[in-house]
Design a protein around this ligand. Structure first.
Ligand SMILES: NC(=O)c1ccc[n+]([C@@H]2O[C@H](COP(=O)([O-])OP(=O)(O)OC[C@H]3O[C@@H](n4cnc5c(N)ncnc54)[C@H](OP(=O)(O)O)[C@@H]3O)[C@@H](O)[C@H]2O)c1
Length: 410
C-alpha cells in the first residue's frame, strides 16, 4: 500500500518517523507534500520518497492512500474529496473537517470504493474512535462525557494546584500547548468539534456543530476551585452529550466533577472519555490526547488496518435536533458588594423558577466589597436557571455577573 503524507508538520513528520522505524508490513511511504517543501525535506525517509508542493502530482501518482495532516477546512477538504473521487483512500486527523463534512466525505468514500479513516481526529493517541466503532458497536451508547482538550485540562489542573488562569495560559503558550490565540481551546470550539464526531459514531446522532452550546473556561476563577474542593469536586472542561427520545442534549464548558469520578483523575494535557452503554455500562478511555507521536500512532494504526484490508465499521447516523438542556445540579458563584437581603433576593429568583436551593457556602476572610459565595441548587433545567439568574442580573449588589456550572454526578 503506497502512502502519500500531505502536511509534514508535527503529526505528519511523526507518522513518517514511525513508518520508517516500525516498517509495518505492506506499507510504503512514497510521497510527502508540503508548501515550501525544500525547508521540510529530511534525509531519513525511504530513498525513493518523492517530495512535492503540487497536489496534482500526488493525485496522478500510484499512491493508494493519502494521509491528510495539513489541518483546517481548505485546501485539506478539497484534497480529501479529490483523492476519494479518484478511488484513493484517505486517513486524516482533521477534527474540523470531519466534524463539519464527515458525513458527506464518508458517503463519497463509499461511492468510490475507497475508505476514510480518522482515528486521530478525537483524543489523539487514545483509540476512542476505533473503540466505539468496533469494541462498542454492539451496545446502545446513551451518554458521552469527555475531557477532549488537553490545553484546558492543563490550565484547569494547574489552577486546581493554586495557579492563576493568566499565568498558566502563558506557560501553556510557551510550552506549545496553547496557540497565540487560545480561543479555539478555552472557548470550547475544539472540544465541540470532537464531541460532534463522537456523537455521530457513539449516539448515531448527526449534530449541527454550531448548534452545540459552548461556554468558555476563562470565567473560572481561582476561588471556584477552592469552593469546588469544599464540595468534594474539581473543575474540568467537559464535553457532554446525552441521548433522549426526542433528540440529544449537548454542551461544552467548565463543570464540577466529583473527585471520585475518573474524570477528575486526568492531569496536565491528558484526555479522557467516559461512555455509558445501555447493556455494557460505563467504559473509560484515557491517555495522551495530543502531541506528534501519540497522534501519529492513531494515524499509523489506521494505515495498518487499511493495509490488512479491514473495512471500517459503518455506523449510520441521522440528523438529530440538539439542545443545551441538562437536568443537573448546578453550582452558582456570586461575587457581591455585601448588603442585607442579597440571599433573600437570590432565593426569590430561584423560587420563581421552582428551583430548590441545596446549600449555601461562604468562606470567611474575603473583602466585603468583593465577597464570593456559592449557592448549589438541586437538579434543574439549564434554561430555568438562566431565567432565574437573568432576574437578578442587574442587581446593584452584584460586583460581577454570577457564574453557574453544572455539577456532574459520580
Ligand atoms: N498536533 C496534535 O497534537 C494533533 C492532535 C490531534 C489531531 N491533530 C490534527 O492533525 C492535523 C495536523 O496537525 P499538526 O499539529 O501536525 O499541524 P502542523 O504542525 O501545523 O502541520 C501542518 C503542516 O501542513 C503544512 N501546510 C499547511 N497548510 C498547507 C498548505 N496550504 N499547503 C501545503 N502544506 C500546508 C504546514 O506547513 P508549514 O510548515 O509551512 O506551516 C505544516 O507542515 C490537524 O488537522 C490537527 O487538528 C493534531
Amino acid at each position: 500500500m503506497k502512502v502519500a503524507i500531505l502536511g509534514f508538520g508535527t503529526v505528519g513528520s511523526s507518522v513518517a518517523r514511525i513508518l520508517c522505524d516500525l516498517k509495518p508490513a505492506g506499507i510504503e511511504l512514497t510521497q510527502v507534500l508540503n508548501r515550501g517543501v525544500a525547508r521540510k525535506r529530511v534525509d531519513w525517509t525511504p530513498p525513493g520518497t518523492h517530495w512535492t508542493e503540487d497536489f496534482e502530482q500526488v493525485l496522478r501518482s500510484d499512491a493508494d492512500v493519502i494521509v491528510e495532516l495539513v489541518g483546517g477546512l481548505e485546501p485539506a477538504g478539497t484534497w480529501v474529496r479529490r483523492a476519494l473521487e479518484a478511488g484513493k483512500s484517505a486517513v486524516t486527523g482533521n477534527k474540523k473537517l470531519i466534524a463539519e463534512h464527515g458525513v458527506e466525505l464518508d458517503r463519497l468514500a463509499r461511492a468510490n470504493g475507497a475508505h476514510l479513516l480518522y482515528g486521530a481526529a478525537v483524543a489523539g493517541g487514545i483509540p476512542v474512535i476505533p473503540g466505539l466503532r468496533q469494541g462498542l458497536a454492539g451496545d446502545r451508547i446513551t451518554r458521552i462525557e469527555g475531557i477532549l482538550n488537553g490545553t484546558c485540562n492543563y490550565i484547569l489542573s494547574r489552577m486546581e494546584a493554586g495557579a492563576a488562569f493568566s499565568e498558566v495560559l502563558c506557560d501553556a503558550q510557551s510550552l506549545g500547548y496553547a496557540e497565540a490565540n487560545p480561543s479555539e481551546d478555552v472557548d470550547g470550539y475544539d472540544a465541540r468539534a470532537k464531541l460532534v464526531i463522537l456523537s455521530r459514531i457513539a449516539l448515531r446522532a448527526g449534530l449541527d456543530v454550531k448548534s452545540v452550546f459552548c461556554r468558555s473556561i476563562t470565567q473560572v476563577d481561582a476561588v471556584d476551585l477552592v469552593y469546588a474542593r469544599d464540595l468534594g469536586c474539581t473543575i474540568r472542561q467537559i464535553a457532554k452529550a446525552e441521548l433522549h427520545p426526542d433528540g440529544v442534549s449537548a454542551m461544552v464548558g467548565p463543570m464540577l466533577v466529583p473527585l471520585r469520578s475518573p474524570l477528575a483523575w486526568s492531569r496536565g494535557t491528558e484526555n479522557m472519555v467516559l461512555v455509558s452503554g445501555q447493556y455494557g455500562g460505563d467504559v473509560v478511555f484515557s491517555g495522551h490526547g495530543a502531541g506528534g507521536h501519540p497522534t501519529a500512532v492513531a494515524v499509523v494504526s489506521d494505515l495498518i488496518s487499511l493495509a490488512h484490508g479491514s473495512r471500517p465499521v459503518d455506523l449510520p447516523s441521522r440528523a438529530t435536533p440538539v439542545s443545551g438542556e441538562f437536568e443537573l445540579r448546578h453550582y452558582i458563584r456570586f461575587i457581591v458588594k455585601d448588603a442585607p437581603g442579597i440571599v433573600a433576593e437570590i432565593a426569590g429568583a430561584l423560587a420563581s423558577e421552582k428551583i430548590n436551593i441545596d446549600a449555601l457556602f461562604q468562606r470567611p476572610g474575603y473583602d466585603k466589597a468583593d465577597l464570593p459565595f456559592v449557592v448549589t441548587v438541586e437538579p434543574c433545567a439549564a434554561s430555568s436557571l438562566r431565567r432565574a439568574l437573568d432576574r437578578i442580573g442587574s442587581a446593584a449588589w452584584l460586583a460581577q455577573p454570577p457564574l453557574d456550572m453544572p455539577m456532574l454526578g459520580e
